[in-house]
Design a binder for this molecule. Structure first.
Ligand SMILES: Nc1nc2c(c(=O)[nH]1)N[C@H]1C(S)=C(S)[C@@H](COP(=O)(O)O)O[C@H]1N2
Ligand SMILES: [Mo]
Length: 404
């Protein structure tokens, strides 16, 4: 067990490290429902092995990435966001780590070392976006309880590991199995804090894209992102992406722990996302796929830009795995829309970068908006869709910039 106090270093110069974009004045108009009401007094803090990130809470560690880092196709490991529910986070040693595969739904329980996982199974690699279900929760009006995330509880990475289905094949899954539960090495400080255990429908666990990853962007996973191994469930929000994975159990009935039965639930039929039939009630269901969304990464609300000079508007767009077909930009508060250029496609589970060239031809305020559409035709709403836990915030961003 590791005492976090020895690990968390305050960074006095944290704000300066971000560069001047961060300190630009905000417009008095607060046109951006995303920027409006975000914390102004942001605290930057550094976890060991990470650069300064935006601290949302210290125990457990919850740190988001400043959006300017999202200008790269893959988010560097040392600025990748960190999200934990519980505060006891052991530093797992690769040699000591074991993955236990069991539950009443398998014929042959197993225990595997990291070495065995690497050696005995076919490697698999995928570019996939890791998005916290509650990203942008802090922007919901009225206020919703929970970590008050801005837009930075997200990151795109190239994950490498083995397929969960290959590992489960060795344990012999019974056909009658319903769910697969996932547990990690972390736990709560008090008996009253429920251990963070998630479950997946068997079909999702056996999906060829579901990986146990050891590597992130060509390096071992950072401690804070799940060393030595974590689950990757491409397309689904990151709540299922168990870090420091230690236990996978195949179950003959729905898992009823707090983090499935009570938390991470959305009203049924309010979002265009998939099913999780073994966990659905008459009124609600677990969150599953990400919804179509986009983010402008190089402009902030209230920023001043030079008039009569080309301005490249840049950002990213994503959905739950259907793929982005177009991103439209408005520079006149939503009156007219123009297609942005999509950059390289790294696969349907990666985010897609885009850019749009615009020249402010007057000295005045311009209201910039970005709207992504997926191959299914789903597009972003103008206002976030209300739900009790503030998930799936995918409203079109509105950023006011001043051309001078
Ligand atoms: N062991 C463990 N895994 C976890 C969590 C956790 O609290 N403990 N949180 C989940 C949630 S809700 C998110 S958003 C992602 C965040 O992944 P990251 O910290 O690598 O960015 O981890 C997931 N896996
Ligand atoms: Mo999350």
């Amino acid at each position: 067990m590791v005492d976090r106090r020895h690990f968390i270093k305050k960074v006095a110069g944290g704000l300066a490290a971000l560069g001047s974009w961060f300190l630009l004045p905000r417009s008095g108009l607060a046109a951006d429902p995303v920027a409006a009401d975000t914390e102004v007094a942001t605290i930057m803090d550094m976890l060991p092995g990470k650069k300064a990130l935006i601290k949302k809470s210290y125990r457990p560690p919850n740190y988001e990435t400043p959006v300017n880092y999202f200008d790269a196709p893959f988010t560097p490991n040392d600025v990748f966001f960190v999200r934990y529910h519980n505060s006891v986070i052991p530093e797992v040693k690769a040699e000591d780590w074991r993955l236990r595969v069991g539950g009443e739904g398998v014929s042959t329980p197993m225990e595997l070392t990291l070495e065995q996982l690497r050696r005995d199974f076919k490697p698999a690699e995928i570019a996939a976006l890791c998005l916290c279900s509650g990203n942008r929760r802090g922007l919901f009006q009225p206020h919703v309880p929970g970590v008050q995330w801005g837009s930075g509880a997200i990151g795109n990475a190239l994950w490498r590991g083995v397929r969960l289905k290959d590992v489960l094949a060795g344990a012999g899954i019974y056909k009658s199995s319903v769910e697969v539960s996932l547990d990690g090495a972390d736990s709560g400080m008090h008996k009253s804090s429920p251990d963070f255990i998630k479950s997946l429908p068997v079909a999702k666990a056996l999906d060829e894209n579901t990986l146990i990853a050891f590597e992130m962007n060509g390096e071992p996973l950072p401690h804070w992102n799940g060393f030595p191994a974590r689950l990757i469930i491409p397309g689904w929000t990151a709540t299922y992406w168990m870090k420091h994975l230690t236990e996978v159990n195949v179950l003959s009935k729905p898992f009823d722990g707090f983090w499935m039965k009570t938390a991470y639930r959305i009203p049924r039929d309010r979002f265009a996302s998939g099913q999780f039939s073994s966990q659905e009630t008459l009124t609600n269901m677990p969150i599953t796929e990400m919804v179509v969304n986009s983010l402008i990464t190089n402009l902030i609300d209230g920023q001043t830009v030079p008039a009569f000079k080309p301005l490249e508007i840049k950002g990213v767009a994503w959905d739950g795995g259907i793929g982005i077909v177009q991103v439209e930009i408005s520079t006149d508060d939503g009156i007219s829309w123009h297609l942005a250029t999509l950059k390289q496609d790294y696969g349907r589970f990666s985010w897609r970068q885009w850019h749009y060239e615009f020249e402010p031809k007057r000295t005045r305020e311009f209201r910039i908006m970005a709207r992504a559409t997926s191959h299914s035709g789903a597009s972003q709403p103008l206002e976030p869709i209300p739900n009790p836990s503030g998930y799936h915030h995918n409203a079109v961003q509105k950023i006011a910039i001043q051309a001078a």
